[in-house]
Write a protein that binds this ligand. Structure first.
Ligand code: C2O
Ligand code: CU
Length: 521
């Protein structure tokens, strides 16, 4: 065939070419086609040695906003890249997080000095390297009465990485939020910082370091904060139970044993449980109980519960009320199977009550009450979709948490304006539980998996989101600043499961990393 013969003279050349293509060029191209994108992804995942949280990720203005925030006039979803440069607002002088403080001339009602140290802890007969506040872990409980101004003077004596104090669940002014690199610099060894904030809402809260927070919180740099209502506490006995696991040892208030509380027959006890671990815990009791408050907000008309446990998410608080039986025996409040609060007149005990198979559903507990705002007509709607996918985070390959499909640091910066009514849809497609925590605001649960809440308003600052679950939550943007919105499994946070909520026109003078080596996670 002619074609055949015409090809013959060049056959050797073709063969050589195709051999070259097969042996050299193809593998090179193939390798490059894998390596080049990987190299790009790797490079893209790295964070600079110093950067502003404002330059992280992309701006998300949400859906449903009228008019001008997106600059281009298309008032829907907008994703840009440099949060520091809000379109249409280049002219406005930014407000700084540091401006957001509590009434400076007002004298403090409660003053506390806290000294942080890095030291060995003795827990359940074991020696564990950890952290203390004023020589103990947990540190001292801070108690105030609603309406008082709290002033805490922090001095870091020996925590090498530096420390901060974050007031978990308290809607403090932004400059007092204690997030290293966002609202302040980490306090170095020998350094000091003064926190001032109003105890505006009665309830159970806690404080912990927000510098290198995963190891520092796990190592015990934390404590309890209780704000008593003006009218006084209704229960005769009021006790805090800070649950923490030190190196695998479960404790209450730092001790690897049950907490014994003396009380008389018939007395009512308020047990304020704080879960300072990375995972959820279950609470149940040997008698009926009432769940009085979640995350520092009273439940409206809580009824007696039996045969059900309460799930307390990481970072969350549950105030549980029990009554000492009139026959003078004990009542146990189990904080998981391992530890309990035993309340009894004379050191008597009762057997560990079996763990109920069912859980109390807070979507339907208590009775409805006004929210104080109308979430049916939100100003903005956001999505916080949690997934998991392969990629690079901080230059490391792995299977990482994603937010709205993106990996850290390309995470959303949710932008709001003061006064906005915000609805957020949180959906967990990641296969693991995530305790979602928004700083500076309390959020109310509107629905779970599309089923509307029908009980008491369920106010939280830390929300347990199970795999395959979705929540609709709402809040009023009433505390201007820049706020973290992250997973309180602090291991996950350190793996990049963090985003921020930012009020339009805000900026921070602080930097992540940099000379102060700020590492909020
Ligand atoms: Cu309890 Cu961002 O923290
Ligand atoms: Cu998580």
């Amino acid at each position: 065939m002619t074609g055949h013969s015409s090809r013959r003279p060049t056959k050797a050349g073709v063969t050589n070419d195709s051999r070259w293509v097969l042996r050299v060029a193809l593998p090179v191209v193939a390798t490059l086609s894998i390596v080049a994108p990987l190299a790009w992804l790797w490079q893209d995942s790295r964070v600079p040695s110093v950067y502003s949280v404002m330059d992280m990720g992309y701006l998300d203005y949400g859906v449903g906003v009228m008019a001008d925030t997106s600059g281009g006039g298309h008032g829907g979803h907008m994703q840009g890249d440099m949060p520091g440069h809000v379109p249409g607002h280049e002219m406005a002088t930014p407000r700084l997080v540091t401006d957001m403080v509590a009434d400076p001339p007002r004298p403090a009602d409660v003053r506390v000095d806290l000294v942080t140290r890095q030291q060995m802890l003795s827990v359940g007969g074991r020696s564990i390297s950890g952290f203390t506040v004023n020589g103990t872990s947990p540190g001292p409980e801070i108690r105030a009465t609603q309406g008082q101004l709290i002033e805490v003077h922090l001095r870091n004596e020996s925590v090498a990485d530096g420390v901060t104090l974050h007031w978990h669940g308290v809607d403090v002014p932004n400059a007092m939020d204690g997030v290293a690199g966002v609202t302040q610099d980490a306090v170095p060894v020998g350094g000091e910082f003064t926190y001032r904030f109003g105890a505006d809402q009665a309830g159970t809260y806690w404080y912990h370091s927000h510098q290198v927070s995963n190891p520092q919180v796990a190592g015990g740099l934390l404590g309890s904060l209780v704000v008593a209502p003006k009218a006084g506490i209704a229960q005769q006995v009021d006790v805090s139970a800070v649950a923490h696991t030190y190196g695998g040892v479960r404790t209450i208030n730092g001790k690897a044993e049950d907490l014994r509380v003396p009380a008389r027959a018939g007395q009512r006890i308020r047990v304020r449980v704080t879960n300072t671990d990375n995972g959820p815990m279950k609470i149940w009791a040997s008698e009926t109980y009432r769940l009085l408050a979640t995350d520092g907000t009273e439940v409206h008309e809580p009824t007696e519960v039996s045969g059900r446990s309460v799930t307390l998410t990481a970072g969350g608080r549950a105030d549980v009320e029990v009554r000492v039986p009139s026959d003078g025996t004990a009542v146990r409040v189990q904080l998981s199977k391992a530890t309990a609060v035993i309340i009894s007149p004379s050191g008597v005990d009762v057997p560990v009550p079996a763990q109920p198979a069912d859980e109390l559903d807070l979507l339907r507990y208590g009775t409805p009450a006004p929210l104080g705002f109308d979430p049916a007509h939100p100003t903005r709607r956001f999505e916080y979709r949690i997934g998991r996918r392969p990629g690079f985070v901080k230059g490391r390959p792995g299977l990482w948490w994603s937010i709205n499909g993106r990996l850290f640091p390309h995470v959303p910066m949710y932008v709001v304006r003061e006064g906005d009514v915000v609805v957020m849809h949180i959906a967990n497609h990641s296969g693991e539980v995530h305790p979602m925590h928004l700083h500076g605001h309390h959020v109310v649960v509107l629905a779970r998996n599309g089923v509307p809440a029908s009980g008491s308003p369920w106010w939280v600052d830390s929300l347990n989101v199970l795999p395959k679950e979705s929540y609709d939550i709402a809040f009023v943007a009433n505390n201007p600043g820049i706020w973290m919105d992250h997973c309180h499994n602090l291991k996950h946070a350190a793996q990049g499961m963090i985003a921020h909520l930012m009020y339009e026109g805000f900026d921070t003078p602080y930097r992540i990393a940099g000379p102060a080596d700020n590492q909020p996670e």
